[in-house]
Design a protein around this ligand. Structure first.
Ligand code: AMP
Length: 208
């Protein structure tokens, strides 16, 4: 199954994706995670991407597209993938369709995790991330409940950057909802509920 996860930053895409990986072993391709790893590793891509990420802006399309192409070619993505945080605009969505069709593959579903903006702002402000395993927790998690690693607040989860990220989402990413609706593959779940309840709906939407 080839899936695109859609939704504003903080909607819970990553959390739902972690559960799908745990239960079904689908390859989880998070461009945010890949970019953060590049920044941490001090690679050329990381150096170029960091200033955009810190400002809450999108990293230039070609950098992200190359990263995704490379990742999709890996062994574990051949039997299905779940893209999280990509595509983020129409150029990326059209490029993805073109790349997949050249490979004789296609998307089965674009799953929108829908959460109202005021809830998103509250969530992002209290979100903490594990430096070691990327686990997503809240300000009350002093150490990572999953691996015991150090929890930190991402620079782009600081208040001054959150507004910009939501503006970018509204302007560049939200039109993809109509793009995928037009393709007849959009499914929506209400993400403003307990994660376990949302996960039940996610599985139903994906026929899992
Ligand atoms: P995320 O973890 O998905 O919220 O991504 C964190 C940051 O990485 C974003 O605010 C962007 O700066 C960058 N990023 C992630 N995915 C993309 C993408 N598909 N296109 C451009 N920039 C991206």
């Amino acid at each position: 199954m080839n899936i695109v996860l859609l939704g504003a930053p903080g909607a819970g895409k990553g959390t739902q994706a972690q559960r799908l990986v745990r239960d079904f072993g689908v390859a989880h391709i998070s461009t945010g995670d890949l970019l953060r790893a590049a920044v941490k590793g001090g690679t050329e891509l990381g150096i170029q991407a960091k200033k955009f990420m810190d400002a809450g802006e999108l990293v230039p399309d070609q950098l992200v597209i190359d990263l995704v192409k490379e990742r999709l070619a890996q062994e574990d993505a051949q039997n299905g993938f779940m893209l999280d945080g990509f595509p983020r605009n129409t150029v990326q969505a059209v490029t993805l369709d073109t790349e997949l069709s050249a490979l004789g593959r296609e998307l089965d579903c674009a799953l929108l995790v829908d959460v109202p903006y005021p809830v998103i702002i509250k969530r992002l402000s209290s979100r903490r991330t594990c430096r070691e395993c990327g686990y997503t927790g809240t300000a009350s998690d002093t150490v990572c409940p999953s691996c015991g690693g150090e929890m930190y607040q991402r620079d782009d989860d600081k208040p001054e950057t959150i507004k910009n990220r939501l503006d970018v989402y509204e302007k560049s990413t939200s039109p993809l909802v109509e793009y995928y609706r037009g393709q007849g593959i959009l499914k929506t779940v209400d993400g403003n509920r307990d994660v376990d309840v949302v996960y039940e709906d996610v599985k139903k939407a994906l026929n899992l």
